[in-house]
Design a protein around this ligand. Structure first.
Ligand SMILES: Cc1cc2nc3c(=O)[nH]c(=O)nc-3n(C[C@H](O)[C@H](O)[C@H](O)COP(=O)(O)OP(=O)(O)OC[C@H]3O[C@@H](n4cnc5c(N)ncnc54)[C@H](O)[C@@H]3O)c2cc1C
Length: 362
């Protein structure tokens, strides 16, 4: 292996693994450095649904990502042919009216369908009988870490070198990896919520904040097929302080991820798990009698304006940033990675301005 790669990538989440794969497949010599394990961050601890982001600026990233996922079967990831469907559920039918109208107006492709109180329970017998819902034509349920692992395998198959269990920091002309200097033609920082501290250890530039989520893994006897989400996530993400949890449940390959929280500080996941299950029981009664298999907490990399940062790191030559996908990284990350790889390779002059990292001044 050459000691000076063309590109060093920091972070083996969905974004870093996909960037490494695209660069290596284009002929670059790539080293990917991960301090923990592949998919050890949010990319392995998410809820596992690939879904429409409901933001016009992000829509093309979603569409392209679905396309990328169609080409991962050889590396162990297969996206279902059709979405399982997303049910936005509520105890109160009136709470859905505003959301339904906005989605119908903004995203006719989602074929939003109103389900009056009682109807969702006929569609999904696991649901409490009195709930109302909006059904959307989106939401592919997938095992949370599967796409990231597949991109890591694809990167390796294309010749990328993975250095796992090693901490990286920016250094002049490349990276400091542990005690070693790794000279590199370019560096891509795809370190999720930890990206700003790599780019600016002084602490001044902080456009991406962690929003902590707790997910509880359960195995239901009769899990719902749709992805389930309690109405109100958007408002919760925008709220300051410690908002209460919202119910979500996504099932892939027989295992369900029950969520979730949106907290500014790392929570005690084990202590929170019973309250998530209790809340979930109001929507899926079987949860009350279902043992908890495991609990996980992880930070969503939340950009201050809700859109990823893709491009040159402000004020640092040959360093690029690919991070800040918040709750959408599995749904958008591969397309972002392709954009960033094209920029590093000189195929694109710049990604769309809406993703420019320098929109947040240092
Ligand atoms: C509870 C929860 C549920 C979610 N559900 C969904 C969902 O259903 N659908 C969806 O699309 N998205 C979901 N998301 C969001 C999605 O998981 C993230 O947006 C995405 O995984 C972020 O990927 P990333 O590659 O940017 O960062 P990460 O996955 O955080 O990866 C960054 C990596 O960088 C490494 N790293 C950091 N610093 C260093 C360093 N100095 N040296 C070496 N390595 C370093 C970390 O160890 C980590 O592995 C969810 C997130 C959470 C927390």
């Amino acid at each position: 292996m050459p000691s000076s790669p063309d590109v060093a990538v920091v972070g083996a989440g969905i974004v870093g693994c996909a960037v490494a794969a695209f660069l290596a497949e284009a002929g670059a010599t790539v080293t990917l450095v991960e301090r923990d394990e592949v998919a050890s961050g949010a990319s392995g601890r998410n809820s596992g649904v690939v879904q429409h982001p409901m933001d016009p600026a992000l829509l093309h990233l979603f569409t392209e990502t679905v396309g990328h996922y169609r080409h991962l079967a050889a590396h162990g990831f297969a996206l279902p042919a059709e979405p399982h469907g997303l049910l936005l559920v509520a105890e109160d039918e009136a709470a859905l009216a505003g959301e339904l109208a906005a989605i119908r107006r903004g995203y006719p492709e989602l074929a939003a369908e109103a389900l009056a109180a009682g109807e969702p329970g006929k569609l999904e017998p696991a649901l409490a009988p009195d709930l109302a819902a909006v059904r959307l034509h989106t939401g592919y349920a997938v095992p949370p870490a599967a796409a990231t692992r597949a991109f890591a395998a694809r990167a390796q198959a294309a010749g990328a070198r993975l250095r796992i269990g090693e901490h990286a920091a920016l250094a002049s002309g490349g990276l400091a990896v542990g005690a070693e200097r790794l000279a590199a033609g370019a560096v891509v920082v795809a370190a999720g919520p930890w990206t700003p501290e790599l780019v600016d250890p002084s602490g001044t530039w902080r456009p991406i904040m962690p929003i902590w989520g707790v997910n509880v893994e359960v195995r239901l006897a009769a899990p719902p097929r749709h992805a389930l989400e309690e109405i109100g996530v958007e408002q919760l993400i925008a709220r300051r302080g410690d908002p209460p949890p919202l119910f979500s449940l996504i099932t892939a390959e027989g295992t369900s991820s029950l969520g979730s929280t949106f907290l500014p500080r790392k929570p005690d996941a084990v202590a929170l798990a019973p309250s998530l299950r209790e809340r979930g029981t109001r929507f899926v009664p079987e949860l009350g009698a279902t043992p908890i298999v495991s609990v996980r907490a992880c930070a969503r990399p939340h950009a201050a304006d809700g859109r990823p940062l893709l491009g040159r790191a402000p004020g640092i030559d040959d360093v690029f940033v690919a991070a800040g996908h918040g709750p959408w990284g599995i749904s958008l990350g591969p397309a972002s990675a392709r954009l960033l790889a094209d920029l590093v390779l000189g195929r694109e002059a710049a990604p769309p301005a809406v993703f420019e990292p320098a929109r947040f001044a240092r």
